[in-house]
Every structure is written in C-alpha cells, then in structure tokens.
Design a protein around this ligand. Structure first.
Ligand code: TXA
Ligand code: MG
Length: 332
C-alpha cells in the first residue's frame, strides 16, 4: 500500500483532502489525522471491523482501550452515561475544556463496540479542537476512535512526516495539518465521588483542574488500562534523565546527545543538543518534546541525556513521558 499525504495549504487542497479522508473512513479504512495534541490514527468508532484495523496497523500486542472523538457535544450521551450526581462537575469541565485536550472516562453505552474499550465498561471521550480534525469528524457525522498514530510503544507523531515515518505503507492516507499545537497527548481524567482523578498527565495541568474539584494523580505503576504502561514513547537510543547535565562524563569513544531544559550552554560533551524551550516556557517545551526526541534518536547516539524539568504545571506531563522513555530504554 502506498501512503499518501493530503495537503491542506490552499482552500482547494483542503477541500479535496478532507473529502478523501471522509471517503476512506466511510469505506472502513484508517486515516491519520492531526489533532491539537498529536496525530491520531482514526477509524469509525462504531464499527468493530474498522477499529480492528487500528490495532493491526499500530501492531499493538493486545487491545488497549481507545479514545472516542465526538463530532459534537450532542453525541456525548449517545456513547456515554452521565451520572446525575457527577453531572454538574462534568458539565463545568466540558464547558471549560472542550473542544480541547481533555479526555474523560465515563460509563459506556451499548453502541460502542467492546473492542474500542478493550472490554471495559467505561469509554474515553473527547472533542478535538484541531480545525481539520473537527471538519473531518463532522463531515463523517459519527465518532472516530483514534489513538496516537505511532507504532506501539514508540514516540507519538507531532507532524505529518512523523506519522509517515511510523506508518508508511500501512495506511492509505495522512492529512497534513502541520505541527500540532500541544505536542503531548491529552490529559485523561476520571470523575470520582470525591473529585477528579488524573489517569494520564497532559496539556491540562493539575493546577487548572483544581479550580473545579479536588484533584488526585493516579500513582504511576497503578494502571487502570494500558497506555499507562511504564515503558512507552520508546526511542531506539537509551535515554537517561539527569538533574545535572553539566556533570555527565561521556565514556571515551561514545557519542552522547542532550535534551536540555535550562539555559545551560550547549557543550562539546554532547555531539548533538536540543533545547526544549529558549525562554523556560513549559508549553513550548511540550510542543518540542517528541520532535526533538525523534531528531536525537536519528542522530546515531549511544545515549540521550534528558535534563530533568520542574514538576509543576505541564512539567508533570513532560517528565511523565521522559520517565517512560527512560524506562523503555533500560529494560530493552
Ligand atoms: O491526545 C490524545 O489523547 C491522542 C489524540 C490522537 O487524541 N490520543 C491518544 O490515544 O493518546 P492513545 O490510545 O495513545 O491513549 C489513550 C489513553 C491510554 O492511556 C488509555 O489507557 C486511556 O487513554 N484509556 C482509554 N480508554 C480508557 C478507559 N476506558 N479507562 C481508562 N483509560 C482509558
Ligand atoms: Mg499513544
């Protein structure tokens, strides 16, 4: 299969690309689409047969539950059940964060095929704020299931070219929406009796959610579902996290690269360096994270040294991704 990239620069290209994506989805195919977080690998969420192709394409060794992306709010209660006691909080969260990078776990309705939720009685839902994604899912007229458009365990794609690197020859079409806005996957939450539990840290930080209810972070290691596997976002190159990058001693003959956060100068210790943000901006750092990891991973290094970030705001989500990348490197 030859994978095509659909351009969207001119209005004409955009129209054609959206129409082709919708045609393929209607035919039960999988299509890579940009969201505001990372590129997603989308298929008709209400068709078990189409969703199976997502798992085959990603080579996920087992069926992990997928996020269901809704065309509009009216779809929410067609796929999920809202507990009346929790409704006020859920509605306030939705009013504030949708469309956007917040995924909410809710009890599912029968209409959602079990393969989408990996047999769980809950379903993950969100509405994407990316205008191209929104156009495609609305024209399609039904929810789309979409995990990140990478092969299982690897770095999530934040540009059409990355999706191509991951899935070339395995999918018919990639909609090119340029670089994604947030660069890391959505925040995943469950609404509990006592408040909000964050199952996966993401662009919407704990501090922002705290304005609505008590927030607890699920301790890493205690997974409710896969995708919160300790090893994930796997670069080919071993990765280690350091508080003091300037003190790293590189063994003779080895090539090390650095993924820096602070304004420490680039040093000759490292044959390749990237800086997540030039202004200490965590939002910018999140946007650059997966692209720079990919670049370092391609540089033929023996080790990537990632500088630790402050664990506040978006720093929590970024450190979460770095730890999983480091863990993956260790256990290989
Ligand atoms: O930003 C994102 O969330 C991207 C874009 C494409 O929307 N999608 C994404 O999907 O990251 P994926 O499949 O890579 O991650 C989905 C996450 C996993 O951590 C999974 O375990 C969790 O959502 N999840 C899905 N359904 C769940 C459920 N019913 N209960 C608990 N966790 C669930
Ligand atoms: Mg993923």
């Amino acid at each position: 299969m030859i994978t095509q990239i659909g351009p969207t620069h001119s209005p004409g290209d955009r129209r054609q690309t959206v129409a082709r994506a919708v045609d393929l989805l209607r035919a039960g195919e999988v299509v890579a689409l940009p969201t505001e977080t990372v590129y997603g690998l989308a298929a008709d969420a209400l068709s078990g047969e189409a969703v199976v192709k997502i798992f085959e394409t990603k080579k996920r060794p087992h069926f992990n539950p997928l996020i269901v992306h809704l065309p509009e709010l009216a779809w929410l209660e067609k796929v999920a059940v809202i507990d009346e006691k929790k409704r006020p909080l859920i509605e306030r969260l939705i009013a504030k964060f949708w469309p956007g990078p917040l995924t909410i776990i809710l009890p599912r309705r029968e209409i959602v095929p079990p393969i989408v939720t990996a047999g769980l009685e809950t379903v993950a839902v969100r509405i994407s704020a990316n205008p191209l994604f929104a156009e495609v899912v609305r024209a399609f007229g039904q929810p789309l299931a979409a995990p990140s458009a990478n092969r299982f365990g690897r770095i999530s794609p934040t540009a059409a070219g990355h999706a191509m690197e991951e899935l070339s020859g395995r999918i018919p079409f990639i909609v090119d929406g340029g670089a994604t806005e947030h660069g890391i996957e959505s925040t995943v939450i469950a609404v509990r009796e006592g408040g909000i539990e964050v199952l996966r840290a993401g662009p919407i930080a704990k501090e922002e959610l705290s304005e609505f209810a008590e927030v607890s972070m699920r301790p890493s290691g205690r997974t409710e579902a896969p995708g919160q596997l300790p090893s994930h976002y796997r670069p080919q190159t071993p990765l280690t996290i350091s508080d003091e990058v300037s003190k790293i001693a590189v063994p003779k003959g080895k090539r090390y690269g650095a993924l820096l956060w602070s304004d420490a100068p680039f040093s000759e210790t490292f044959v390749e360096s990237r800086r997540l943000s030039t202004t200490g901006n965590l939002r910018e750092a999140a946007t650059n994270l997966f692209r720079q990891l990919r670049e370092l991973d391609r540089a033929g290094l023996d080790c990537i040294v990632a500088e630790a970030l402050p664990e506040e705001g978006l720093g929590v989500a970024i450190m979460d991704r770095l730890r999983r990348a480091a863990h993956a490197a260790e256990i290989r």
